[in-house]
Design a protein around this ligand. Structure first.
Ligand code: CUK
Ligand code: CUA
Length: 627
């Protein structure tokens, strides 16, 4: 968007803020503000400096933003409303969910696949697909560190529709999407170094271990290519030109113990040159590793595909500023963050720079344990300080000036948070549309902030108003293990369905099976016997199942397929077969199926476990199992 147009839009939405910004850009004031903040003297900027957003969302009112929260080692994703911080929905991904039947229904099992039979997950980084650097509301992608997978959530139905197991590597940690021209790739950092092949040889020779940066095709969810790196990959982000992804990389020492990985004063931010990688794959300059046909390229030191920028020390978060000018690598064991210029990376790859450190244009000292940085779109950055339990608000331009030797204060404010923040995130902050309204700090410890609930404590996700000159804490939100990361998207970008479409690919396999059986899902209530396999088809309309009884024989494998013919918003039915470990959700106009063994002769009741009607309790039937 043209700068003028942007300012006009901002002015309409935000007259006070624009006038304040104009005021701030006058040189005299900028230096005064810099000094004033640092010494705790608030210059009088009048009404405009006050925070102006209200976190209260009254009964019946809707939030302005959707927040997608990682559920950490619960394996799920949650949707929160922002600014209310109300939990709106849970999306099971790598976990088993009894309410929706995730991991139980056939449709979910098809998504979960068979190559990784595990029932646990460790989800860290949820990120939405983009078009031209802006959220497009199509998908949210999330990693599974525990079992080396990446999942995609469809944002129309808010269900996981693909899970890809990443070959050749161990533990996918950092994950971000390509922003420009659109999300063609999902970039994934495999963290742990392993031998290749990992088949029992080279067990005790860590020099032979390595890990890889992986790109997934976001449309097909197939792995596009992998690049071998030095060190352990941590977090990653992409630029706004479609040229680079940048990852933090610790353990430059190649150690396998804690002391060893902390020895070096600097590790790296490694930049991947995407066009060069694509060209190399196209030219066939890759290899493959045993057991997979994914193209693998060598991006270790000396490669033309990467540049390793030394940054202090065991860096963690990696965040791109919304203007696309900088990657910020967060120092973790150093009190600094390193500001890397994307223009200077251009220079490096054009052969114009001698030292990779020449790409660094700022290294502000912020406080102890900087982990992640977020942006407000007004030139400020917000960095979590894990050890200090603070958020540091700092000005990027001033930090760059300070690096050049100018006497300016770049820190604008430090806000105490409770306690030990990991990620923080601003509304729309990882896109061109960063709007600087809300910041969420995802604190790892809540300690005394909530009623005690046993030795296991919730985390504390804190909402901070960043619309004014000062950050203002407005809400504490307890969350269950463990939202490492989140993203917040304006509701105007989202178009979720309220009832299912009958041709949804989510149940296409089930529909194809029904077709083979000559069944019309929308009206038939029939039992099909196929040897020892029995397929039971029925409809549901509140408060009735199409079949209130069906008969099978002991030892049959039974598949129950239900099509919910209710067209009314929010009338979801369930199917729970008592004493069989079977339950699933059937939303309005959805078809869902589940397969189980009828191993116990006798009468077995099934019932609807989603409250749907005044006669919901009566929505039930009998499976009669003949001995
Ligand atoms: S990581 Cu957890 S606090 Cu997995 Cu993004 Cu930094
Ligand atoms: Cu149908 Cu409850």
């Amino acid at each position: 968007m043209a700068e003028q147009e942007k300012q006009l839009k901002e002015k309409q939405e935000n007259p006070e803020q624009v006038s304040r910004r104009k005021f701030l850009t006058s040189t005299a004031f900028a230096s005064a503000a810099g000094l004033g903040m640092g010494t705790g003297i608030m210059p009088n900027v009048g009404l405009a400096a006050r925070n102006k957003y209200n976190a209260e969302v009254g009964p019946g009112e809707l939030d302005e933003y959707y927040g997608f929260w990682s559920g950490g080692h619960s394996g799920e994703v949650r949707i929160l409303g922002i600014p209310s911080m109300r939990e709106l929905m849970r999306i099971p991904v790598f976990n088993i969910d009894s309410a929706t039947g995730w991991g139980i229904s056939n449709e979910s099992k098809e998504v979960l696949g068979t190559d990784t039979p595990h029932l646990n997950g460790d989800a860290h980084h949820p990120h939405m697909s983009m078009t031209d650097g802006r959220y497009d509301g199509r998908y949210v992608f999330i990693n599974d560190k525990a079992n080396t997978r990446v999942a995609r959530i469809r944002c129309d139905i808010m269900k996981t529709d693909k899970i890809t197991h990443i070959p050749n590597v161990s533990a996918i940690h950092g994950l971000r999407v390509q922003k420009v021209p659109r999300t063609n790739y999902v970039f994934c950092n495999a963290e742990f170094r392993i031998p290749h092949p990992n088949d029992g040889r080279d067990l005790t020779d860590p020099k032979k271990y390595y890990t890889m940066f992986t790109a997934i095709n976001a449309d097909t969810m197939e792995v596009a290519w992998q690049v071998i790196v030095d060190g352990n990959l941590d977090n990653t982000d992409a630029d706004y030109a479609g040229k680079y992804a940048c990852s933090t990389c610790y353990n430059s020492e190649g150690a396998v113990d804690l002391a060893g990985t902390m020895r070096n004063e600097r590790d790296w931010a490694v930049v991947f040159n995407i066009p060069r990688i694509e060209a190399a794959v196209k030219a066939g300059k890759h290899t493959t590793l045993a057991g997979s046909d994914v193209p693998v390229l060598d991006g270790r030191h000396g490669s033309q595909l990467t540049v390793y920028i030394p940054v202090p020390k065991s860096p963690h978060g990696l965040n791109t500023s919304p203007d696309g000018e900088y990657f910020v690598a967060n120092g973790k064991l150093s009190p600094t963050v390193s500001i890397i210029s994307t223009a200077k990376i251009d220079d490096w790859f054009a052969g114009k720079l001698k030292n990779p450190r020449d790409t660094i244009v700022g290294e502000p000292e912020l406080g102890l344990g900087p982990l992640h940085t977020a942006f407000d779109g007004r030139g400020n950055a917000y960095t979590t300080l894990f050890i200090d339990s603070q958020i540091a608000k700092w000005n990027i331009a001033d930090a760059i000036k300070a690096y050049q030797g100018e006497k300016v204060r770049y820190i604008r404010q430090k806000l105490d948070v409770q306690y030990q923040p990991g990620h923080n995130h601003t509304t729309m902050g990882e896109t061109r549309d960063a709007d600087g309204k809300w910041l969420v700090a995802l604190c790892k410890f809540s300690k005394d902030r909530f009623l005690p609930c046993g030795p296991l404590h919730p985390e504390n996700d804190q909402l901070i108003d960043i619309s004014g000159e000062k950050m203002k804490l407005v809400h504490d939100g307890p969350t269950y293990a463990e939202p490492h990361d989140c993203m917040m998207v304006h509701r105007s970008k989202m178009k979720p369905l309220k009832i299912w479409k009958r041709d949804d690919p989510f149940f296409a396999t089930t529909a194809a099976m029904a077709k083979k059986d000559g069944i019309t899902l929308e009206k038939d209530n029939k039992v099909i016997r196929d040897g020892k396999k029995v397929r039971v088809y029925m409809t549901s309309v509140a408060p009735n199942y199409g079949l209130t009884e069906f008969t099978v024989k002991k030892g049959d494998q039974v598949t129950v397929t239900i099509t919910n013919m209710d067209k009314i918003e929010d009338v979801t039915h369930g199917f729970c077969m008592v004493n069989h470990g079977v339950s699933m959700e059937i939303g309005p106009q959805q078809t869902a199926s589940v397969t189980f063994m009828a191993n116990q002769a006798g009468v077995h009741w099934y019932y609807c476990h989603w409250f749907c009607h005044a006669l919901h309790m009566e929505m039930r039937g009998r499976m009669l199992v003949e001995a």
